[in-house]
Each structure stands twice: as structure tokens, then as C-alpha cells.
Design a protein around this ligand. Structure first.
Ligand code: SAM
Length: 441
């Protein structure tokens, strides 16, 4: 989501005549878009900004701005640690950045002394609609589309409702138009983004014949010519009602790949987290989704070391983690976020225990990934060809289940769905050969 926000700001700046450079030593203006989800992310951003501030002292015309969640969370208080910042712009004000930069530069050009840092972290109605412009690379095949900002879930560990504000959805027509334009420009796969995408439009659109606004949106996007694949992240288990589960059976462009944040496998901890589902309900959802699409792959978010998480609670997480057989998981050590209800709960878990539990799940995940990737050796997978891989030695693409595949190909195949025979697997990726047209596997 932060990458998408940064891309939208870059597109707005480009439209004003700014040039985007890829080497920070070449730039006159540097904007750091920041994350607050865990303390580590904030510490990294402060370290980076502090380092850049030294350049500002050597080169006073250099402009340094801090955007996004951390700007929103800390506002002007950031100046205690980073007094040299020119801009502090929150999550509802990304679209103001070009105007602020124009003013700053005009004032400097006119020799007007520019004193105080610009701090704008106010709320702004409809700001969710400003994340819509793209900076498409040549022959770009995949794109992210923001459909919603904010979150109303109030999980006790999470700072997002504070940094991103209340849940606000973009108009469905605007999203459809944006996706159509992307498809006309060659994009074949779109990933819809939001904090809780499954809540999309619930206050703005009526349910139509038992269909939630989110599924209505999927149906409309499914109609777009040229689009081959649809994905979304991140949903909430609560959002998987019958209509969404059934959508996997009738919308072939919807990839059989679900990110289903679990957080904990213990009902006691789920309650303390204010997560409105149980481990039993979660397992029912996994089974229902697998019943509709037996090839469904799952990924998840887990927090280890939530306050008062006992060995028994963790054993239940471990057990559920093994039962679902995840393809991918983001495992987080609980990070105290000041101002959230969990920050002051008794029974804070020592860092050493969090690290141990983190390692246990990481080892299980690695074994899973290896096993599941090796199970695909000898099969033929449909791969959307994205372009040369990072090393530039082969091409890369992804399977519907979101596994990365490397293979030899030609530029004309970029954007095509191609059958690839899987010859070899590692934990992280698959390697194979294109199946020539007309050859049966
Ligand atoms: N849709 C998701 C859900 O159902 O909760 C929300 C995604 S959230 C923005 C990203 C992930 O960050 C969460 O799922 C959670 O695992 C993790 N996270 C949030 N707050 C955290 C904290 N205080 N410490 C560690 N991890 C945290």
C-alpha cells in the first residue's frame, strides 16, 4: 500500500514537470514514505532521515520530506528528532505534496526566507480518491489499485486506525475506469489494495441479491477486456461471506490465492486482540474455500508474543499453522504501539520468547514452501509472463497461486499467459521451460 501511495505521489509530481530519478544522490528533493505498523519500521525511517539531514546541512537547497503513516502518527513531534525536515505530510494529504513543493521552491527562488517546516496531518474528506495516478513502466504487466483507505476494525494491537483514519472507499465507477485504462495500457493483472478490502463500499452501496459491494466490484472488474487476473490484499476473515467464497467458483480471473490474516490460533488471544472470529471459524473458511477451489493457496499474517500469549496459546497457533499448510506467511513479533489498547496490557512477552516463537514458525514456513514447490516439479503451470528477472538471465512470471517461476522466453511473450513445465524447485521459486504451442504435457 505504501508503494502504491508513493507511486501516486510520483505520478502527480511528474504531471507537474518534476523528474523522478532512481538514485538518491541525483535528486534535489527526497520524500520518504513511511510505515508505523511496527516500531522497527519507524526506527529505520528515523535513521534514514537523520542520515539525509546531514546532506541537507551541506546542501541547504536540498528538500527533505517525510510522508505517510509515521508523519501522521507523530506530526510536528518528529521535529524533536529531525529538526531539518522541510515537509511532514500525513496519509490524507499525499495529493498536497506537489503544491507544497512548488511553494517551497518558488519562495526559495524569490529569495524569501523559508523558515518553519510544513506540517499537514489533518483529515481530508475524499482523500482516498487521490490515490489513482500510475507511473507505468514500459510493458508493465501487473499493477496495484487502491480501492479504500482507513480501517474501522479496532484490533487492540494495531495503529492503523490512527494513522490511516476511518474506513473510506473510492467510488466503484472510478475504480472500474482506472482498471480499464490500465488494461488498455497493457496491464494484465491487478491487485486491489485496502486495509480491509472485503469491507469495500459497505456504507456506500447496497447489497444486491445477497452480493456485497466488494463482490459487485470484483464482478465488474472481471468483465474488463484484456485483464487476465485479479487479486486483492488485504482482506479480513470476517469478510469471507458466502458470496465471496462462491465468487472463486464462478470468476475464473480471480486467482485461487487468498491472504487470510490469522494473527493467532488461540481463541483466548483472538478475543484479547478483538478479532471477531474463532480458530474453528477460520478453519471452516479455509475448508469452504478449498471446497470451491481445491488448488487454492493461502497466505497469512501472524503475530507472536502478543501480551499474555502462553506456551499453550502459541502451541495452538503452531497447530493451526501446520493444519492450513500456508504457502506464505508474514510473521511479526508483537510490537508495542503507543496509544493502542494492547500497549498497556499486563503480561508483555519478553523479546527472547517472541524471537523463539518467530523462528519456530519461520522454520515451519520454510519447510512448507520447499515441500509445496517440490510437489510442482513435473507439472505444467500457467504463468503470466512479467518480463526479465532481476538478474536479467531469464524471464519471470507467477502462477495463479502466486509462486514465482523463472524460465527462458522472448520479449514478445511479455504479458502472455504461457504454460511452463516445472523442472526444478527451491524454497523461494520454481524453474522451468515454456511448453511450445501445440505440445501436450
Ligand atoms: N487485513 C489485515 C487484518 O485482517 O488484520 C490488516 C493488515 S495490517 C495493516 C498488517 C499486519 O501487520 C497485520 O495483519 C498484523 O499481523 C501486523 N501488525 C499490526 N500491528 C502489529 C503490531 N503492533 N505488532 C506486530 N505486528 C502487527
Amino acid at each position: 500500500m505504501n508503494e502504491r501511495d508513493s507511486e501516486a505521489v510520483a505520478a502527480m509530481l511528474r504531471a507537474r514537470g518534476y523528474r523522478i530519478v532512481h538514485d538518491e544522490d541525483e535528486c534535489d528533493i527526497l520524500l520518504l514514505n513511511t510505515c508505523s505498523i511496527r516500531d522497527l519500521a519507524e526506527q529505520k525511517a528515523i535513521g534514514k532521515a537523520g542520515h539525509l539531514a546531514a546532506r541537507k546541512r551541506r546542501q541547504p537547497e536540498f528538500v527533505l520530506g517525510l510522508l505517510g503513516c509515521m508523519a501522521q502518527n507523530r506530526g510536528a513531534a518528529l521535529l524533536d528528532q529531525l529538526p531539518d525536515l522541510d515537509l511532514i505530510v500525513g496519509t490524507q494529504k499525499f495529493h498536497r505534496v506537489p503544491g507544497y513543493l512548488d511553494n517551497l521552491r518558488a519562495a526559495r527562488a524569490a529569495g524569501v526566507p523559508v523558515g518553519a517546516t510544513i506540517v499537514d496531518v489533518a483529515e481530508e474528506a475524499d482523500s482516498q480518491n487521490s490515490i489513482r495516478d500510475h507511473v507505468l513502466a514500459d510493458r508493465q504487466v501487473t499493477a496495484f489499485v487502491s480501492i479504500q483507505q482507513g480501517c474501522n476494525m479496532d484490533c487492540t494491537f494495531c495503529i492503523v486506525p490512527k494513522t490511516r483514519g476511518d474506513e473510506r472507499s473510492r467510488p466503484m465507477d472510478d475504480i472500474v475506469a482506472e482498471c480499464r485504462t490500465l488494461a488498455q495500457n497493457g496491464v494484465r493483472e491487478i491487485t486491489l489494495l485496502g486495509q480491509i478490502v472485503t469491507s469495500y463500499g459497505r456504507r456506500d452501496y447496497a447489497h444486491a441479491g445477497g452480493t456485497t459491494p466488494f463482490v459487485q466490484l470484483l464482478e465488474r472488474l472481471h468483465e474488463i477486456d484484456g485483464l487476465a487476473r485479479l487479486r486483492f490484499t488485504s482482506p479480513h476473515p470476517r469478510g469471507f461471506k458466502q458470496d465471496l467464497i462462491a465468487a472463486y467458483g464462478r470468476l475464473p480471473k480471480l486467482c485461487p490465492c487468498v491472504h487470510l490474516p490469522l494473527q493467532s490460533g488461540s481463541n483466548r488471544i483472538l478475543r484479547a486482540m478483538n478479532r471477531p472470529y474463532s480458530r474453528e471459524r477460520y478453519l471452516e473458511l479455509v475448508a469452504a474455500l478449498r471446497a470451491v477451489r481445491p488448488d487454492m493457496t493461502f497466505s497469512t499474517d501472524i503475530i507472536v508474543g502478543f501480551p499474555d500469549e502462553s506456551e499453550d496459546d502459541f502451541a495452538q497457533t503452531r497447530e493451526l499453522f501446520a493444519a492450513v499448510n500456508y504457502d506464505m506467511a508474514y510473521i511479526f513479533k508483537y510490537s508495542v504501539r503507543s496509544g493502542t489498547p494492547a500497549a498497556t496490557l499486563p503480561g508483555q512477552v519478553p523479546e527472547g520468547i517472541k524471537e523463539e516463537r518467530n523462528q519456530v514458525l519461520l522454520r515451519m514456513l520454510e519447510a512448507n514452501s520447499r515441500r509445496r514447490n517440490h510437489a510442482l516439479v513435473g507439472t505444467v503451470q500457467e504463468v503470466l509472463v512479467e518480463g526479465p528477472d532481476r538478474k536479467g538471465l531469464r524471464y519471470m512470471g507467477r502462477t495463479p497461486g502466486n509462486r514465482t517461476v523463472h524460465f527462458a522466453a522472448e520479449p514478445r511473450l511479455i504479458g502472455e499467459l504461457a504454460p511452463v513445465h516445472i523442472a526444478r524447485a527451491t524454497t523461494a521459486a520454481l524453474y522451468g521451460d515454456l511448453v511450445p504451442a501445440g505440445v501436450e504435457s
